[in-house]
Design a protein around this ligand. Sequence first.
Ligand code: NAD
Length: 394
Amino acid sequence: MKVGVAKETAPGERRVALVPEALGKLQAAGCEILVESGAGSGSAIPDSAYTEAGATIVSADALYQQSDVILKVAKPTTTEIGNFRQGQAVIGFLQPLIDPTSAQALARQGVTAISLDAIPRTLSRAQTMDALSSQANVGGYKAVLIAANAYGRYFPLLTTAAGTAKPANVLILGIGVAGLQAIGTAKRLGAVVKAYDVRPETREQAESLGAQFLKLKTTIDATGSGGYARELTAEEQASQQAELNEAIGNMDVVITTAQVPGRKPPVLVTADAVGRMKPGSVIVDMAASTLGGNCELSEVGETIQTPNGVTIIAPDNLPASMPAGASAFYARNISSLLLGMVKDGALHLDLEDEVTKATVISHDGSVVSEAVRKLLEPTPTHAAQPPTAPGGLA
Ligand code: NAD
């Protein structure tokens, strides 16, 4: 079976789906690896490193003509979808819940679309395949570095002959995978870290990393299914917001990571809260996308300065800004998923298998994912409420 590694074409996407270190296990399972020339260049991996690991470097045309399975990070663009041929498979962050029409286009091309963002994350054997977690981890780390860089003062308490600098007060909103990594990173930089989430079990997790859990007077338990949060009711949101606004006003840095599967990210930092922050404060909104963000004033992909001197940064693809590290984790995730689907050197899809069933979106010319099929039915509800993928960081 020929496995192709495509060069990413999405603007700003510097990751690559497979790194040379990940080739060995796939080759041992009977896969021949083809790598599009320059595929690793954004991650500082030259073609020669793939060749030394036993891969063949090919042109984009040859990749699409010869590969049985094509590995990608971002979902294929319309042009890329046109390059696929019937019977091929593609694996990547296909985001079928955000973009069901691309999944439909792949199905019409006769392509088997396998989406890494649909991995059942609570299944223990799927943990090595959980690219949403690995990339959220990278994002949480990088968000803190970006915040520290934009903040004009120190994160740690610093005593020098020229005086003492107070430590920064950092608030992390949303204590999922990204939030926990952000807490750990901000603590390692010496900040005083507070954190908040609507799932009560996150309190212990935050405290174990040295953060103080921000306890609001209004107790909200918004534990949803599968470890995710549910959307708050209007009353819960109003009481949460009033208390959060007060806390945010005392912070130097706020990093937001909150997501609710199938919904727009909740607004946790209102324009009013931003207005209460001191000049020089920094907000990094990791949840920002074209659907909106956790900060009311975020503009995705932009850094803005508010009239009261607050910097609001809304990066649109944090993992791609640390491409070598992010690709190394991603490669482990995607090869682990693929290896579970290879039998006797060929792609073998057992649609009864829990992981295969969850991740195969299209097969044999049709969309097989129930959730995606529902989204393709034109109903006013879906048009009014665009969904996000679980984790939303793909
Ligand atoms: P996510 O990206 O969906 O959301 C990030 C955080 O935002 C969550 O902790 C959520 O509770 C929080 N949030 C949502 N609405 C909020 C609001 N109004 N105010 C404050 N916080 C709000 O989460 P994630 O990082 O993808 O993780 C989701 C869950 O999946 C976690 O419980 C995590 O432990 C679990 N998980 C489990 C495994 C596993 O079992 N192997 C792997 C990965 C993740």
